[in-house]
Unconditional design. Structure first.
Length: 390
């Protein structure tokens, strides 16, 4: 080091500077050279090393090269190179000042530690954003595991930074944490429980991203948008967002509508009450009206018939003939036990699970037709009128 110092001072004196000015100029010169080399190393890393690495990885058949060496990861790596150069050169600049040299070395080491953690986090993010199937078991497992890795990284980085600032051995600090393990378990209780609950959710395929779930006792009733280490994010149908913990889903109960959405049809069950006074035999005049409207044929209406029985037959045929209904899953219009409010008819059918079929609109259209056609069979739907004496 003294040889370099003497050599630089001789160069300064050769250009005509002598006396007390030599030392300050030497400090400034060393500082400028260190800053320049630091900047140049970062520039060379981004404009020279990065293109070479990306060119090599693009020619390899493995996809992991493109994942681990993307622009975000390489940019973070290039930010570390100047810090390493400073760490090596700045102590040389201030080698005659032990205290200043120690402070600069420690601060630079802390910066390098922070940037290494940032680099590892960038790699973890790259792994998380790999083109695996969204909501797949592999993606959810990786997300839970990498969430724990993040926490461990932050914890270890904090230990290393504290040890560096106070000039202590990191292993000594880690050994001293044994007595505080109970406190750490309490602090990270939700994280540990969330990890275990997330593994149970994924291994049993209880919930996936894109599922429609309903969680009793909470406002969650919508589509699962994200399954993280400690939260499950649900977007309700009113576009509000609700978060519940994986532990709440595992320890409690919730309703997952995945199987219904995956099936070919979505079930409809409705009850309609008919006034007993409107139920009766069909007259010849009513038969002719039904035949003229092509609701039944003359052959079908031979003999005595009851209007509500014909209504049931017609509605079953009507629902089965619709293209937005799945007749193979069952179409049934049946009588239910009579009540004081009239005779209930139960409607049971399945609306197709299809993007072109809107469930609520289709259901409303079918039931509105059923209500309107009751008048064609001289049936009256029961309706309770308010008490006019009140």
């Amino acid at each position: 080091m003294n040889e370099i110092k003497d050599f630089v001072e001789q160069l300064i004196e050769l250009i005509g500077i002598h006396g007390a000015s030599v030392v300050p100029i030497r400090y400034v010169l060393f500082f400028i050279i260190a800053i320049f080399l630091s900047w140049f190393s970062g520039w060379a890393g981004w404009h020279i090393i990065r293109p070479i690495i990306q060119k090599i990885t693009s020619k390899t058949p493995a996809k992991w090269g493109n994942i681990l060496f993307n622009d975000n990861v390489l940019h973070t790596f290039c930010e570390i190179i100047p810090a390493v150069v400073i760490w090596q050169l700045l102590p040389l600049v201030v080698f005659q000042h032990a205290t200043l040299k120690d402070i600069v070395a420690r601060l630079t080491a802390v910066y390098i530690c922070v940037m290494v953690v940032k680099l590892l986090l960038a790699i973890i993010k790259s792994i998380e954003t790999t083109k695996t199937k969204k909501g797949s078991k592999m993606q959810l497992y990786a997300k839970s595991f990498l969430g724990v890795v993040r926490i461990v990284l932050f914890f270890l980085a904090a230990i290393v930074i504290i040890a560096t600032l106070f000039n202590k051995n990191p292993l000594t600090l880690l050994a001293g944490l044994g007595a505080t393990s109970a406190i750490l378990m309490l602090v990270f209780q939700d994280t540990i429980q969330g990890l275990v609950a997330g593994i149970r959710l994924n291994s049993n395929e209880m919930v996936r991203i894109g599922d429609w779930i309903t969680v009793p006792g909470t406002a969650a009733d919508g589509i699962v948008e994200d399954v993280a280490l400690t939260t499950v994010k649900v977007r309700n149908f009113d576009n509000t967002t609700v978060t519940v913990t994986p532990t709440a889903l595992v320890n409690g109960s919730f309703q997952n509508w995945r199987s219904m959405k995956a099936g070919s049809g979505r079930r409809v069950t409705r009850l309609v009450y008919f006034d007993f006074r409107s139920i009766g035999f069909v007259s010849d005049e009513q038969k002719q009206a039904l035949i003229s409207k092509e609701l039944f044929t003359e052959e079908e209406l031979k003999g005595n018939h009851i209007n509500i029985a014909l209504y049931r037959q017609y509605i079953e045929r009507y629902i089965s003939s619709r293209k937005d209904v799945v007749p193979d899953m069952g179409v049934l219009v049946r009588e239910v036990e009579a009540t004081q409010s009239g005779l209930p008819l139960g409607f049971l059918f399945f609306v197709k699970n299809d993007e072109s079929v809107h469930y609520e609109h289709t259901l409303a259209e079918i039931m509105e037709w059923c209500y309107a056609m009751a008048n064609e069979f001289k049936l009256t739907i029961y309706q309770q009128y308010p008490n006019q004496n009140e």
